[in-house]
Design a protein around this ligand. Structure first.
Ligand SMILES: Cc1ncc(COP(=O)(O)OP(=O)(O)O)c(N)n1
Ligand SMILES: Cc1nc(C(=O)O)sc1CCOP(=O)(O)O
Ligand SMILES: [Mg+2]
Length: 198
């Protein structure tokens, strides 16, 4: 599977609706701490937009809602995997991305044969507190040698300027949050990402 090389991650459907018409073709909806009725509305809006533009929408965490709302893609971390029903997820036809941060997590991820494996944080991130320190580009190259044919996603502190190094190290796609959402001109930053990853 070939994934678009730019993979922004957003915390609302509003961001998805803003980014996708600019040319984004792979995007994650990562919403924390909201009740199901809000999540349902957000996912439905983002799905409708992505389907209209032919973009892939990845739902983070909320696997039951992804099944219920007939989404196409799901991202799960290691703690999510502890409680997720992988058989139900696959039965629903969802494509799967899985987070990894060390070799044990990578071994577990590979056994699931996901559609991509993410390694992070490649660089320090300000988005969330993590027990993992920055992995670095050499670790991306190591992961690339271990994932086989599974596409590799770099996440954590990624920026337009850092993306070429991640691709050179072996990433197939690069995910980013604050490089876009905290930029003074997010639309221009998205355009810069699209140009850099074309
Ligand atoms: C592309 C991508 N990679 C990693 C993550 C992190 O997932 P997880 O470890 O489950 O942490 P949360 O994002 O749920 O806080 C991701 N969401 N996307
Ligand atoms: C959501 C997430 N997961 C990570 C991991 O390493 O699994 S790093 C991360 C945050 C990415 O945000 P930013 O691009 O602003 O650093
Ligand atoms: Mg998660």
């Amino acid at each position: 599977m070939t994934l678009p090389r730019f993979y922004p991650v957003f915390d609302s459907a509003d961001w998805v609706v803003r980014a996708v018409p600019l040319g984004v073709r792979l995007v994650q909806l990562r919403i924390k701490g909201q009740p199901d009725e809000i999540l349902r509305a957000e996912i439905s809006t983002a799905l409708a937009c992505c389907r209209h533009y032919g973009a892939a929408l990845v739902i983070n965490d909320h696997w039951q809602l992804a099944i219920e709302l007939d989404a196409d893609w799901l991202h799960l971390g290691q703690e999510d995997l502890d409680t997720a029903d992988i058989a139900a997820i696959r039965h629903a036809g969802l494509k799967l991305g899985v987070s990894t941060h060390d070799h044990a997590e990578l071994d577990r991820a590979v056994t699931l044969a996901p559609e991509y494996i993410a390694l992070g944080p490649v660089y320090p991130t300000i988005l969330k507190q993590m027990k993992w320190t920055e992995q670095g580009l050499d670790r991306l190259t190591e992961w690339k040698s271990l994932v086989g044919d599974i596409p590799l996603c770099a996440i954590g502190g990624m920026s337009v300027e850092r993306a070429p190094g991640a691709f050179a190290a072996g990433a197939d796609t690069v995910a980013a949050v604050t490089d876009i959402t905290l930029n003074a001109d997010p639309d221009a930053r998205i355009q810069a990402w699209l140009k850099a990853t074309a």
